[in-house]
Design a protein around this ligand. Structure first.
Ligand SMILES: [Zn+2]
Length: 471
């Protein structure tokens, strides 16, 4: 292994709550990736749980990255009166009149930001960068049609009218703006990305670092060697490691396109993600890749999403026809527990059709679930099915890379209202067929790199659904 220069900073998680197990909601991935390529994402957001609330400081940082993308002139900086922060981006935003403190002397950078504060900062940022947002004087603007528009504070009314008119922000539902609600980091990133797309559609795009050739170090045990494509304009690289609960496990820097990551403290049953940031005049993040313990090889290995596609499809491209998909499926026999009316469980077997390249893993997954002390009862289970989703997209079930378990008791629903799309309910700990978030089923699938629809996305919950590719 090559000698590397590396500064290792161990940062223990600042997040006390058990967060959503998803690194990021499915809907946010496109915006996040696009925002990253524009250099909009602050490091403080990248190292945090993206499904948690964005803070005032982080949003200010995001807004200043937006400003730098939209405006190239000089900015005259003033002294900041805040005693609780002195970050460059807060000084700059204050000097430009884009932000104000919560009091004369406090900015409160760690407070969650409200939607109306976001609306004000967004409009101030765009207008200070020379973008004109005009509104009509009458009450015919769309924002007025929301049932709770009267809840918007007087200082934010005009800003909310503008962000709704220009489609930069939207209501939290068809009828509500919820101006005092907080927003998540991924929502903030999506808003910043869409603002730049709207007001500077040809913003510069920076190449994301692409992770390559990852393997266990031969010389140092418990060490994972990570390399990525070299970019001559990069001043330095930052490597971010998070666990499956999105807690920051490790962050280190490297001046060359390689780093060694210690897996000594990694839990073999858990999934970890690695992201590399390239720092030049902008900070651009690679896609997150997964690290999973490979029991046969007895070592941790990195699994990129493209590795997963290569594993399940010949040449990495999804099946285009039902005939092509049919030809790539396999029927597997799996052990299951059946729950009888008198409450006893009996061992049984059932069949499942899945992608042939995942068949061996699927048998292992169900065998481990069967052998776990929990003896989770399985009433029905389905894998491959050539079809579209309820939302009209090609279902990942068409690739044989998703599995549904106990359909009725683990319903697919809207996260905000709980309204069912398919199935009837989800009552973990109450109904024995409902899948529990920390139970053997979710744990075992996670170990093999499968996400659970029960916590993978923020707008929709699909409690019956496990996915290898993440959809
Ligand atoms: Zn499903």
């Amino acid at each position: 292994m090559k000698k590397i220069i590396i500064a290792l900073i161990i940062v223990f998680s600042a997040f006390l709550e058990t967060a959503n197990a998803a690194e990021m909601s499915e809907w946010a991935k496109g915006d996040y990736s696009s925002a990253s390529e524009k250099g909009l994402i602050p490091l403080s957001i990248a190292v945090s749980n993206l499904t948690d609330n964005v803070t005032r400081g982080e949003f200010c940082n995001l807004a200043m990255n937006m400003f730098d993308t939209l405006y190239t002139g000089e900015v005259k900086l003033f002294d900041c009166p805040f005693t609780d922060c002195n970050n460059d981006y807060i000084v700059k935003a204050y000097s430009l009149g884009i932000v104000h403190g919560k009091t004369e002397t406090e900015f409160c950078p760690f407070d969650s930001i409200t939607r109306q504060e976001m609306a004000k900062i967004l409009v101030n940022t765009l207008e200070t960068a020379g973008k004109k947002l005009t509104v009509s004087s009458g009450k015919d603007e769309k924002a007025y049609s929301y049932a709770d528009f009267s809840d918007v504070a007087s200082w934010a009314v005009l800003d909310f009218v503008k962000v709704i008119k220009y489609g930069i922000m939207s209501g939290v539902s068809e009828t509500e703006l919820n101006p005092n609600a907080n927003a998540t980091r991924e929502q903030a990133v999506a808003i910043a990305n869409r603002s730049v797309d709207k007001f500077k559609p040809n913003a510069a795009v920076y190449a994301k670092p692409k992770l390559t050739n990852m393997e266990n170090g031969a010389e140092v045990s418990n060490n994972l060697s990570v390399t990525w494509d070299k970019n001559n304009s990069a001043e330095e690289y930052i490597i971010i490691v998070k666990d499956e609960d999105c807690n920051l496990i490790d962050i280190c820097t490297s001046v060359i396109n390689q780093a060694g990551i210690s897996t000594e403290n990694f839990d073999k049953g858990k999934r970890y993600t690695i992201t590399v940031a390239e720092v030049s005049d902008k900070t651009v993040f690679s896609d997150a890749v997964e690290v999973i313990y490979d029991e046969e090889e007895e070592r941790f290995q990195i699994n990129t999403v493209s590795d997963k596609y290569r594993r399940v499809f010949q040449n990495g491209t999804p099946f285009k026809t039902k005939d092509e998909a049919d030809a790539n499926m396999a029927t597997v026999q799996i052990p299951v527990w059946h729950l009888k009316d008198n409450g006893t469980k009996v061992a049984s077997k059932t069949e499942l059709v899945v992608n042939a390249n995942l068949a061996a893993d699927v048998v292992k997954i169900f065998t481990e679930i069967f052998e776990d002390a929990e003896q989770f009862p399985i009433k029905n289970v389905g894998g491959y099915s050539w079809r579209n989703t309820a939302m009209g997209k090609v279902s990942e079930h068409s690739y044989g890379t998703c599995i549904d378990i106990n359909y009725d008791e683990n319903y697919y629903c809207y996260a905000d209202t709980g309204q069912a799309i398919t199935g009837s309910f989800w009552k973990p700990f109450e109904n024995p067929y409902s899948i529990t978030p920390d139970g053997s089923v979710v744990r075992t699938f996670a170990k093999y790199g499968w996400a659970w629809g029960g916590n993978a996305w923020s707008r929709l919950h699909d409690y019956m659904h496990f996915t290898y590719l993440g959809n």
